[in-house]
Design a protein around this ligand. Structure first.
Ligand code: ME8
Length: 517
């Protein structure tokens, strides 16, 4: 047996300076859907998420709340852990940057960069945004209300002057540009890649990589009055998660370089410029891909912890259900673009796509099998042209899905699968099996068989997105646990006529507005 190809996938690690918001939930859901898809498609997937606990943003929030940064982190981390569980994410690990393994890893990469001759001591004098944890040049700034200077993401900057270690980022300009040229899909969507390339072409300045004005960070080896710049330690989490600094470990060899970092569009520069440069300096391979997803807006409003209009992902999961939330975000928002959400839009998707197209087709066909066949899946007779067209459409889904997933176009996978479901609803309506029970039971059996086969393949492909409901439908079709991955798609995995099916039950209910009590 050949070994499965590995696929190491990560989310960004979140700042636990507050509780999780819907942006964090969106990223976790999307990353989990990709991880599940690749696992079902035969990859050896490793999925990491976690929290980014150092830096001045944590220090400032903790001071405002009258607790230590560690207390603040300890308190909020639990909410992040709970969120990924609540959202049905299948992460293999959850990393905290305050863990011992991460200190060792960060010291490891620091020392490797020192050995490469890329770290030197100097003085930093420039602009810093605490909210972005980012240094900006004068030319990147704009002036906001009351003359306040703002960074490119619209956050306030302050003047910082301190002794600092620097990383020779300027020496990596050509190597980065060559790397980009060789890897034309290193950053997706391509518009974000173009921004990265022009930023690098515009000239890179050396990067301040240590701070001396606070001590909430990983001490620089040999110079404990310096702590590492939070982004050095944050990015390093991705290699800590697979065993660094032990580069020879089985884990590291198996999973590094990462196949995919899923992050938001605001932090593409850190992942696509600084991170590969650090790795090149340390003699490690850069990740294979960085995907910068869009931002979610609550009816057009940007959500962020600092602004205060945070939408609680737990409340949304309680209100609509986890499958529905996952489906909504991944179907509604083209992956890579910004998206809006509102109660009405979520309810429309639940009722039209999940309840009507999927749940209702399953309910109608399975209860007909229960009623007119005593729960035995019918043996099909000879297929008509309509049956063959339907089966060809459903057998062809995986190819379209795989193609879309090569560039993480999750919404296109769902759009295609649901277009086949729409075709199946039409097929079912046209064939009218309810009317055939008496007139032509053999033909009815064939129609019900074909419909069940459509449901089987749709449910297998829907598992990464709506795992709970899809698994229930596979249970109702008596599909064994070892016949639910993508190798069971297509004609090779056809349902067997005569199989005894369990008593049908509703899956994907309609959303009903709660009545005021
Ligand atoms: O940036 N919509 O942490 P973070 C969609 N610690 N995504 C959003 C969003 C929104 N409204 N708001 C934030 C950090 N995000 C760093 C990352 S990685 C080595 C360190 C995304 O808690 C954001 O783009 O501010 C990022 O990918 C993730 O949520 C965590 O954001």
């Amino acid at each position: 047996m050949t070994a499965k190809p590995s696929f190491y996938i990560t989310t960004a690690i979140s700042y636990p300076n507050g509780v999780p918001h819907i942006g964090h939930a969106y990223e976790a859901i999307a990353t989990d859907a990709i991880a599940r898809f690749m696992r079902l498609d035969g990859y050896d997937v490793y999925f990491l998420t976690g929290t980014d606990e150092h830096g001045s943003k944590m220090v400032q929030t903790a001071a405002r709340e009258g607790v230590s940064p560690r207390e603040l982190a300890d308190r909020n981390v639990e909410a992040f852990r709970a969120m990924v569980q609540r959202l049905n994410c299948t992460n293999d690990d959850f990393i905290r940057t305050t863990e011992k393994r991460h200190y060792e890893s960060s010291v490891g990469i620091w020392n490797a960069m020192v050995e490469a001759g890329d770290i030197y001591l100097s003085k930093y004098a420039g602009w810093y945004s605490v909210r972005d944890e980012a240094f900006y040049t004068e030319k990147e700034l704009t002036v906001g209300e009351g003359g306040v200077k703002l960074g490119p993401q619209g956050t306030p900057v302050e003047w910082v002057e301190e002794e600092s270690y620097f990383f020779k980022l300027s020496a990596y300009q050509d190597r980065l540009l060559k790397f980009y040229e060789k890897n034309p899909e290193f950053v997706l969507p391509s518009t974000r890649f173009n921004e990265v390339i022009s930023f690098v072409k515009g000239g890179l300045q050396d990067l301040s990589v240590s701070r001396t004005t606070f001590d909430w960070g990983i001490p620089v080896p040999g110079t404990p009055k310096h702590v590492m710049y939070v982004w050095v330690d944050a990015l390093t989490n991705y290699i800590t998660g697979v065993g660094y600094p032990d580069k020879d470990s089985a884990m590291f060899k198996r999973y590094w370089p990462a196949a995919l970092h899923v992050i938001g569009k605001d932090i593409v520069r850190f992942h696509a410029v600084y991170w590969p440069a650090f790795l090149m300096s340390a003699g490690l391979a850069p990740p294979k891909r960085v995907f910068g997803h869009g931002f979610l807006f609550n009816r057009g409003e940007k959500m962020s912890k600092s602004v205060g209009n945070v939408i609680d992902p737990f409340a949304l999961a309680d209100a609509y259900g986890v499958d529905a939330l996952r489906y909504f975000f991944l179907r509604e928002v083209p992956f890579g673009q910004d998206g809006n959400y509102s109660h009405d839009a979520i309810v429309t998707r639940i009722n039209a796509d999940l309840a009507n197209n999927f749940g209702n087709l399953a309910q109608r066909s399975l209860s007909m099998i229960a009623k007119s066949r005593g729960g035995d899946l019918p043996e099909p007779g000879a297929f008509t042209a309509e049956d063959n067209a339907m089966l060809a459409a459903v057998d062809g889904m995986i190819e379209v899905a795989r193609e879309a997933m090569q560039t993480q176009q999750l919404h296109l996978v769902l759009a295609h699968v649901w277009s086949v479901l729409a075709q199946a609803n039409q097929y079912f309506a046209d064939a009218a099996p309810w009317a055939l029970a008496k007139t032509d039971p053999a033909r009815q059996g064939t129609v019900l068989y074909v419909t069940a086969e459509v449901l089987r393949q749709v449910a297998i492909l829907a598992q990464p997105f709506v795992p709970t409901g899809a698994e229930k439908i596979l249970d109702l079709l008596a599909v064994p646990g070892d016949a639910r991955d993508f190798s069971a798609l297509g004609s090779a995995g056809r349902l067997k006529g005569g199989t005894k099916l369990p008593v049908p039950a509703g899956v994907f209910p309609r959303y009903v507005e709660p009545t005021a009590s």
